[in-house]
Design a protein around this ligand. Structure first.
Ligand code: NAG
Ligand code: NAG
Ligand code: NAG
Ligand code: NAG
Length: 424
């Protein structure tokens, strides 16, 4: 026992030493007005990644690559903003300019633009929304135009956000990034303005997929590294996302941290499991060579996945969905919703154990996350695990991230995860 005891003292000292370094936490706010709708979340992600659905349902992609929707009367329609999830469940306060203007941004590891609602949006558009928070560059003494630079993000439904670019001081947690490119919305499809909770988006992917023209700009993480705001040993950010259920009391534990790993978020006796990432497509992509369903391992040779804080669901290959839902009595594929659903009253004992590989580690998905939202059928629940369509990588969104403490290590190009204790 004496050995364990001295190890304990040793650990204790290390933990204490870590605790006094400055963790630059950014708190995460949950949107109490968010209405989870599974099909809308799925369509949003299919649009974001240009995914062609592989399972039957109203949504399909024509030869022109545009996602369309079969109407109930059999006619073809376009996918409108109403078909997609608007707004975001999680937002984080970020201060832009001098004096600081606080905007609540959607932190998104699946894209690489920092864009905000701004006073450059015409009043006629703004009138259709109420109380939007806008960044006003004229009120910031540190704002500088980037003449000639523009940005545009087009969504598959024809709506788009676009505008001009400037640089300013951007404060994230306690770190101030100087001269960060801020993309100011000037034209914003009216539908997007109704997106409520977020006042813009802060991309944490890699700048190879940044949309500023003629020259791409660096993301805040890349600038923190360039400006040496964070230690060369910890060129990373971490993410801890709490429950998705807006009815649960928000225990205030959700956060991002930059330049430091919060050791207290690593359950005792466990350690972070790292796997190399391939950022050639701009994403945090890693190998995910298997899943385990009720003790049975299914190998997925050459399978990859990305970690995406901007996606709600956990999207995996169809073969995995088939195997997983086959283990839930009464589950079915709903063509109306283009998704897997299962009986809401399924007891925990009737739900399979399920884990997905991140490199060589298996991460168990808590059964409490299997159900994402109500389905259109009163007794059925829209599953949190759905088809990745024709995409050749899985998309590990919040349904996955809520089970781990995650480290996005840009310096060492690796992704680290540690399993969190199951929900009570
Ligand atoms: C933490 O931040 C404070 C104020 O910014 C600074 O004075 C102090 O040296 C920092 N401590 C460590 C351990 O980095
Ligand atoms: C989700 O949104 C779709 C429209 O995209 C709608 O048809 C459906 O009824 C909604 N589902 C629920 C459960 O409200
Ligand atoms: C935005 O929301 C308001 C209030 O909910 C609604 O009246 C308006 O039609 C919406 N605008 C668009 C373009 O969806
Ligand atoms: C669905 O729920 C209703 C009301 O709660 C109940 O009467 C009905 O039997 C249920 N149907 C199934 C298939 O479980």
């Amino acid at each position: 026992m004496s050995f364990s005891f001295s190890s304990f003292i040793h650990l204790y000292l290390i933990t204490t030493a870590v605790a006094i370094t400055n963790i630059t936490r950014v708190s995460v706010h949950r949107n109490p007005n968010y209405h989870a709708n599974g099909t809308k979340s799925l369509v949003h992600t299919y649009q974001k990644y240009g995914i062609t659905p592989t399972m039957p349902g109203p949504y399909y992609r024509g030869h022109d690559k545009i996602l369309r929707k079969r109407q109930a009367d059999g006619t073809m329609g376009v996918v409108t903003a109403d078909d997609q999830q608007k707004g975001s469940f999680y937002t984080c306060p970020v201060q832009i300019g001098t004096p600081p203007q606080t905007l609540n941004l959607n932190f998104d590891t699946g894209s690489s633009d920092l864009w905000v609602w701004s006073t450059a949006i015409p009043k006629s558009i703004l009138d259709s929304t109420s109380g939007a928070t806008l960044f006003d560059p004229s009120k910031s003494s540190t704002f500088q135009d980037m003449p000639g630079s523009t940005w545009q993000i087009r969504y598959g439904d024809g709506s788009s956000a676009s505008g001009i670019v400037g640089t300013d001081a951007v404060k994230i947690g306690s770190i101030t990034v100087e001269g960060q490119a801020v993309e100011l919305a000037q034209e914003l499809s009216p539908q997007l303005l109704n997106a409520s909770s977020a006042n813009g988006l802060l991309g944490l992917g890699f700048s190879t997929i940044n949309n500023v023209k003629p020259t791409r700009v660096q993301t805040p993480l890349e600038n923190m590294i360039l400006q040496m705001d964070i230690s060369p040993n910890e060129e990373l950010f971490t993410c801890y996302l709490e429950s998705y259920n807006a009815n649960d009391p928000d225990e205030g534990r959700s956060f991002y941290s930059f330049g430091d790993i919060d050791e207290s978020s690593i359950p005792s006796g466990q350690e972070l499991c790292y796997t190399p990432i391939d950022n050639s497509r701009g994403y945090w992509m890693f190998s995910s060579p298997s899943v385990i369903i009720n003790d049975e391992q299914f190998d997925l040779p050459n399978n990859h996945a990305i970690a995406d804080t901007g996606t709600t669901l956990l999207l995996v290959p169809d073969e995995v969905c088939n195997q997983f839902y086959a283990q839930i009595p009464g589950s079915e594929y709903s063509e109306i919703q283009q998704a897997w659903i299962y009986p809401t009253d399924t007891s925990s004992d009737d739900l399979p154990d399920f884990s997905v590989a991140v490199g060589n580690c298996q991460i168990a998905i808590d059964k409490g996350h299997f159900g994402f939202a109500p389905s259109v059928y009163p007794n059925m629940t829209f599953g949190g695990i759905q088809s990745q369509g024709d995409q050749n990588f899985g998309i590990f969104g919040d349904v996955f991230l809520q089970n781990v403490y995650a480290v996005f290590d840009g310096g060492k190009l690796r992704f680290g995860v540690v399993q969190r204790p199951p929900q009570s």
